[in-house]
Design a binder for this molecule. Sequence first.
Ligand SMILES: [Zn+2]
Length: 342
Amino acid sequence: MKRTLIRPARTTLNQAIAAAFLSVALVCPVWAWSDHASLVWPLLRSQPELIHQTVAAVPLEAFLIAEQEGIARTLAAVESWSVATIEHYPPTPEDLRWETGYAPTAERFFAAIRINPMLPYRLYVDLSPERAQPERAPLAWSELSFLGGGTSQLDARYWALAPGEPVSIAEVIASANDEPDFGMDIGLFEDNGTRFGQRYGFGIQPFGNPNLEYSSQAPFHMGFYHLDWLTRTAQPSLLRTYPLWRIALFGELAELAFSTGHDYWGWRFLGWGLHYVGDLTQPYHAIPLPGVGTVDALWSVVQGQDRRAGAVGLQPPRRDRVLPVPAADPRARSPASGQRRC
Ligand SMILES: [Zn+2]
C-alpha cells in the first residue's frame, strides 16, 4: 500500500528536484558563492595576532614524510568516526588507505583523502587586499587550477611562495579557504570520466549534471542534513552529501599538523576545512530549494518556466552553458569562462 503511494511520488519528485538542481546550477547569480578568500577577510581583520604572526611555507611532502605514522593514525580515526557517524558515508577502499608500509608520497596522500590529484597543491599566497603586490610576476590562475576561472580568479592576486618563505597566518587561512573550489572535489564520482573517480568508492554522482564543470563537487560542498520526511523518502540521493566529512577530515589533519610543529600545514588544512563551513552558511548549500516548501517546489518546477520558479530565482535550463562530456583527464575539459562555483 505504502509502496503504491510512494513510487509515483518518488518518480515525479525525482524529476522535479533534478530539474530544480539543473536550473539552479545553471544560474550564476543564484548559485554564486565563490571567492572564499575575500569572504573570510572581515573575520581575519579582527584578529591582529593572525595578521602579524607569520609561519614558514613548507611543501606538503615534508609534512607527509615527517608524520607518516601520525597521518595513518589520524586518517584511521577519521574513517572510524565517519563510518559510525555520517549517514551514507562510503568507506575509503582498503587499497587507498594511508599506511606506513608505503612511501609517503603526495599521490598516495591525495588518494587516501580522496581529493582530485590533478591540482598542484603548490605553495602560494592569495595576497591580503591590504598588502602591496610583490615585485615579481604573479602566478596565473592556470598554475593553480585546471578550471576556467571567473573574473576574480583571473586577476593578478596569487603569488608563488618559496619553501621557508614567511607568510602571515591570516593569508594562509584566506588562501586555503578558497582552495577546495580550485577543483579539489571535482571528478570524484564513478561516472565523472576520471580514473581516480572509479577508484574512490563514491559511486555514481547522486545529483547534479555530471557534465557541468563544477557540478560534480556539489555533493561535497552542499549538505542537506535537515530534509523533511517526504523529500528524504522520495529523493534519498540528496542524503549523499559529504561536507561534514571534509570538515572533520581537514580539522583532524590540522590538529595533527599543529601538534607536531607543522604550523603552516595546520593553518592550511584549517583553511580547507573552513571552506566547507562557509559553504554550509549559504542557503542553497544547505537546503535544495530555500524558502520553498516541498509541495510548492514540486508544483513550481512541474510548471517549468512559471512565475513561481522565477520568484525563487530559478530559470529554465540553458543548454548553451552545458559543457561537453568530460574527458578522462579533467584538464581536457573546455573552460567555462565566468562560471561560478560553490
Ligand atoms: Zn565550495
